[in-house]
Structure formats: C-alpha cells, structure tokens
Design a protein around this ligand. Structure first.
Ligand code: OGA
Ligand code: MN
Length: 277
C-alpha cells in the first residue's frame, strides 16, 4: 500500500492513505525511509498502529534498539511518560530532560538513526513536540561561522543535560548520572551523503580546548540560531499519530505539560548506521 505525501513548511512531510495494520510492509517501509532522508520528519496522522505492527515496521526500517528497562512487553518499546506511577521515579525524572532541545543517544558512539513516536494518550493542555532542522540551520550559517566551528569538538554528557533540568539534585543523583559515559563528537556532523548538521543540544557541555564560559557561550549562540522558527516544526498530537524523524539532523523537545498528565507515547528507535564524523 502506498501513501500520499504532502510536504510541510519549513520541512517534513505528512503521509496519508495508509492504515496502521498495513504499514508493516516492505514497500511502505522503503517509502518511509526515502521520505525520511529527503524531508527529515514523517508524520502519519491518526494511523493508530498497534504495538506489534510498530515493532514490525521499525524492523523493516532498520535495526531497533532493544532497551534493558523492561518497561513494555516488547523490549523495543519505551513508554514515554512523566508519570512516576507509570514509569517509576527515576525514569520519569530523567524524562524531564525531554523538555530541552536534544538528539537521542548523543552520548553514544553512534547516535540513533531515527526515532518513532506513537501517541497513545494525549494532553489537551500541552505537550506538543517540536523539531528543529540542523541541516538547514547549518547551511544558513554565515561562512565565517562555518569556518570558526568546522574543526571543533564537543563533549556530550547525560549529567550535563540532567543538571539543566534538575539543578537542585542530590549528590547521589549526580553520581547516578555520572554512570553514563561521556562522548566527544565533532560539532559539525559531515554525513556520508555530504550534508552537514549541527550536533548540539542539552547534552553539549563543553567545547574541547576552549575556556568553559567561552565554549558555553558559543554553544548557546548556535542553539539559539538553530532553533529559530524558520528552522522549526511543531507537532500537535492527536491520539494515534505516528511521527518519525531523522535523529541525526533534527533536534527535538517536548513543550511543557504537567508531570501528572495522562500523556503517553510509545517510542522505538533505530540503531545508528553512521558514526559522527
Ligand atoms: C523522546 C522525546 C519528546 C516528547 O521520546 O525521545 O524526546 O515530546 N520525546 O515526548
Ligand atoms: Mn528524545
């Protein structure tokens, strides 16, 4: 079954005409991969795909990341909620980090290639998801800035991201964050296809070899640049929406909602296929 794709502004594509129980199909997956490569974000409005088909579709797109947290009967599925009664105290606290611009798996050698989110329960009062396209943001930079940042490297750490949302954390909490290893990546990601994106966001703490305040100022300046409305897409969830994005060239964040919200998303991610170079 083939979908009809309608492009959005400033980027992204909305797919229509395919039902959830028909998406786990080789041709549909190929179409989706192509759309993802070309448009960065693919939205299947109200498709209502079930969890079994979500996992099957993810497998057709690539290799799913298998979680160790046993949140769901499918180990490929993460349950994205802030409600401690559903996700547990520690995980729901970590997921507050989703309110900050980030890429998934920035502290890994290979950040995930793509992320898939399906809305099971939505919050009528908030909780939209925003994307910003860091290929477009990079391309639009002044040439002198491209030259200034072209060879820089940045340290990404889970603790850096968590400290931004939990500034009053205890020493024990901080020690737990430090269990996740840091990773140094180039600031500008040159992809195999020649496109370049910015690897920044909440995990980016320090520019290697630069004075801390100066490095932080540069990262803030680049994040402010990259998150201008002209590079940004906002998705307002309806139950059953499936949204997929190229996690190597988009930053994303959740807009505010109450931690007690019934909002519940099911997430799968694809193992990265390309090291940051
Ligand atoms: C994620 C994430 C954003 C949201 O699940 O990786 O960042 O809007 N979610 O819940
Ligand atoms: Mn995320």
């Amino acid at each position: 079954m083939t979908a009809t794709f309608t492009t959005m502004t400033p980027f992204g594509v909305e797919a229509a005409g395919v039902s959830g129980d028909r998406l786990a199909d080789r041709d549909a997956a190929e179409e989706c991969r192509d759309a993802l490569g070309e448009h960065g974000v693919v939205i299947y409005r109200g498709i209502g795909i079930g969890d079994d088909d979500l996992v099957a579709f993810t497998r057709l797109l690539g290799e799913p990341v298998v979680a160790k947290t046993a949140e769901h009967r499918h180990p490929e599925i993460d349950t994205i909620t802030l409600d401690p009664s559903k996700a547990g105290a520690v995980l729901s606290s970590y997921r507050q980090g989703n309110f900050l611009w980030h890429i998934d798996g920035a502290t890994r050698d290979l950040p995930q290639k793509a992320t898939l989110l399906v809305a099971r329960e939505v919050d009528p009062a908030g909780g939209d998801t925003e994307f910003t396209n860091t290929y477009l943001a990079y391309e639009a930079l002044p040439e002198e800035t491209k030259a200034e940042i072209g060879a820089l490297q940045v340290r990404h750490s889970f603790a850096t991201a968590q400290a931004r949302v939990h500034p009053d954390a205890t020493a024990d909490e901080r020690a737990a964050w430090e269990q996740v290893s840091d990773k140094i990546h180039p600031l500008v990601w040159t992809h195999r296809n020649g496109r370049k994106s910015l690897l920044i966001g909440s995990t980016a703490g320090e520019v290697v070899g630069m004075d801390a305040a100066q490095g932080q100022a540069l990262l803030t300046r680049l994040l402010d640049w990259a998150t201008q409305p002209r590079f940004t897409l906002r998705h307002q969830w309806r139950r059953g929406d499936l949204v997929i994005w190229d996690n190597t060239g988009m930053l994303h964040r959740a807009l505010p909602f109450e931690p007690t919200s019934r909002r519940l998303l099911h997430r799968t991610t694809l193992v990265g296929e390309e090291a940051v170079a």
